[in-house]
Design a protein around this ligand. Structure first.
Ligand SMILES: O=P(O)(O)OC[C@H]1O[C@H](OP(=O)(O)OP(=O)(O)O)[C@H](O)[C@@H]1O
Ligand SMILES: Nc1ncnc2[nH]cnc12
Length: 255
């Protein structure tokens, strides 16, 4: 299922008052939503290797989900933590850091992303994995190594030396500017952009523009998670692949 099947209005991000210090943990039992966020998409493959128009409409049926990938997705998703009203009121923050505390989960994550990219993007050589600051730096280099590809960072403005290209953007909770070094990608190189979450799609769209400015052949975007009710993928002009989609506030014993 793609986000194009969902209602077009984004929700208000209001949440009932909660103890901000207490994370909510994701449950594998898929509890009913208690938030104003749209419930988790179901079924999800959250991905498509369909050709995508600049408007985001999909034109082909996704291939079958490899069972191993489906299994890994359940494991990974259930390890995420949620923080209501972080970094600002109304945002339900998805915390991916637990995936890096456990070496087993870390390995599962890199394996799942490798499967996602090789199954859905291309079986041919990928030259460059582009990761977005900062959470895209946590797994982008490992994925690049496994693919035998280069890793190139997209950084917040003012962090990279030498000539750079710059793109401004709006994201789910603010505005920012991204940069890439002008010689980071050679014209015609085959590129996949990776990040942890696509929310409004502002960050990823800016990264896509930078890759194209440098002459890269942008094959796809790959994310761990898609907040599909925000319709971020509609801003992207290359196929979008994600491990899981939707957002639902987990029930927690702390509430
Ligand atoms: O789809 P969007 O609405 O653009 O939001 C998604 C972006 O927001 C987060 O990054 P953030 O800017 O918070 O930076 P961080 O990774 O350094 O925490 C996330 O890691 C994505 O890059
Ligand atoms: N809800 C969210 N949780 C974590 N990272 C995000 N980036 C943008 N929106 C986010």
């Amino acid at each position: 299922m793609s986000s194009s099947n969902l209602p077009s209005t984004a929700p208000s991000h209001g949440h009932p008052a909660k103890d901000l210090q207490q994370p909510l943990t994701n449950s594998s039992t898929n509890p009913p939503s208690t938030s104003s966020h749209r419930p988790r998409s179901n079924p999800d493959p959250t991905t498509s290797n369909a050709s995508q128009t600049p408007q985001g409409s999909l034109t082909a049926t996704p291939p079958t989900r490899p069972p191993e990938l489906a299994r890994l997705e359940v494991t990974l998703r259930s390890a995420l933590r949620q923080y209501p009203d972080f970094p600002s009121p109304g945002i339900l923050f998805e915390d991916i850091m637990p995936l890096f505390v456990s070496p087993a989960l870390h390995e599962d994550l890199i394996h799942a992303l490798h499967l996602l990219v090789t199954h859905y993007v291309t079986s041919q050589k990928i030259d460059v994995v582009v990761g977005l600051e900062s959470r895209g730096f946590l797994f982008g280099p490992s994925l690049a190594l496994r693919l035998g590809a280069a890793f190139v960072p997209v950084r917040k403005k003012g962090k990279l030396p030498g000539p750079c290209e710059t793109e401004g953007f709006q994201k789910e909770y603010g505005a920012d500017e991204f940069q890439m070094q002008s010689d980071a990608i050679k014209p015609g190189q085959r590129v996949v952009i990776v990040d942890d979450i696509i929310a409004t799609g502002g960050s990823a769209a800016a990264a896509g523009k930078l890759v194209r400015k440098l002459g890269g052949d942008l094959l796809a975007f790959a994310f761990l998670m898609e907040l599909d009710f925000l319709k971020g993928r509609d801003k992207l002009d290359a196929p979008v692949h994600t491990l899981f989609a939707g957002q639902e506030e987990a029930l927690s014993s702390t509430r």
